[in-house]
Design a protein around this ligand. Structure first.
Ligand code: PHE
Length: 357
């Protein structure tokens, strides 16, 4: 019997060492296969007597049953282990944080633009958009800017291929061309009504006042911490029969105080020069309190619209008069939020931009 016990034990060991179903089937063959050890023992019984066969056969059968039981148990254990492994592999970790879609928001300069539009909108100003590729006529000539003005030089302006009297040939250096574009459309609308569509020459009839702002991108050959080749401007124009510098002062003061949410703010109109306004003034503001208190900060150019420009709008300068201003929304954004490098606005760094949401 000892030999049988030893065989059963070695089968149990071999089954225990099998780590895959294939290992286990190989191990099974060693004992129960065609030339396995149990099968060999059975074959060896042929030479025994009938009685010996009985007892030996019963003993071998017991051993065989023990091996089969061990095999079944190991099969089950391996199947269980495989199932556990699969469950572990396909497990869903419901404690993982969900994936979030990035939350978008408006650029700080866009926030300023919206603010400017809302404030001037509340004062009855229309909002107009114009082309960024502009013609020489609208950008310079119609704005009374002489041929030899430095702004027209290659060093200051981005010129594009081609260009003729009417074709666009440069990136606008300011939003002032919109003064002409908007006014011409406005005057056309009312002069054609007045003159039955025959309106040529300068219009001196009645029309609603022109009151418009024109925000947008502008371009100059300029690049440092406070200048970018692309920057923003917002033009303002108010033309009527009786619009004066006093109105400019009132409107712009009101705008600044609303924009910065502070009455603690004074304005200074500093004499200056622009070809398209006469007289002209730079507008400086000064906060009376807060981190910027006491410094004069330039925020806009302005002036009374030059009679030649009024003419180029199609209006009679004997009847119509007004003012214009051009301010820098980038600068206003820097002042409002305390940003000291203009380039941050255009680098596209989300760590910077997300602070404005
Ligand atoms: N266009 C001028 C500039 O870019 C600003 C300006 C606009 C001045 C309107 C007067 C009137 O500097």
């Amino acid at each position: 019997m000892n030999d049988l016990n030893a065989i059963v034990e070695s089968a149990q060991v071999a089954f225990a060492q099998a780590v895959t179903p294939a290992d286990l089937e190989n191990a099974k063959a060693l004992f129960l296969g065609k030339s396995g050890r149990i099968t060999e023992l059975m074959k060896g019984m042929a030479a025994l007597s009938v009685d010996e066969k009985k007892s030996r056969g019963a003993a071998i059968n017991l051993a065989k049953q023990a091996i089969e039981a061990a095999l079944t148990a190991r099969r089950q254990a391996l199947a269980d282990a495989e199932l556990q492994a699969q469950l572990r592999a396909e497990a869903l970790d419901v404690t993982l944080p969900g994936r979030q879609r990035g939350q978008g928001g408006l650029h700080p300069v866009s926030l300023t633009m919206e603010r400017i539009e809302a404030i001037f909108g509340s004062m009855g100003f229309d909002v107009a958009q114009g082309p960024e590729i502009e013609s020489d006529w609208f950008n310079f000539t119609a704005l009374n800017t002489p041929e030899d003005h430095p702004a027209r030089s290659m060093h200051d302006t981005f010129y594009v291929e081609g260009g003729s009297e009417t074709a666009p040939n440069l990136l606008r250096t300011h939003t002032s061309p919109m003064q002409i574009r908007y006014a011409v459309q406005h005057v056309k609308k009312y002069s054609s009504k007045a003159n039955g569509g025959e309106g040529h020459g300068l219009f001196s009839g009645d029309m609603p006042e022109i009151r418009v702002i024109a925000p947008g991108r502008t371009y100059r050959v300029d690049s440092d911490a406070t200048h970018s080749p692309m920057f923003h401007q917002c033009e303002g124009l108010w033309v009527g029969e009786n619009v004066s510098f006093k109105d400019l002062k009132f409107v712009f003061t009101d705008f600044c105080r609303t924009f910065f949410e502070s009455d603690d703010l004074v304005l200074r109109f500093r004499p200056s020069f622009f070809p398209f306004t006469e007289p002209s003034a730079e507008i400086d503001i000064q906060f009376q309190s807060g981190p910027l208190a006491g410094r004069w900060l330039e925020v806009a150019g302005s002036g009374q619209v030059h009679p030649n420009v009024i003419r180029n709008m199609g209006l009679d300068p004997e009847k119509y008069i007004g003012f214009a201003f051009g301010m820098g929304p980038d600068r206003l954004t820097m002042l409002r939020y305390g940003v000291n490098d203009l380039r941050l606005f255009f680098d596209g760094d989300v760590r910077f931009l997300s602070q404005f949401q």
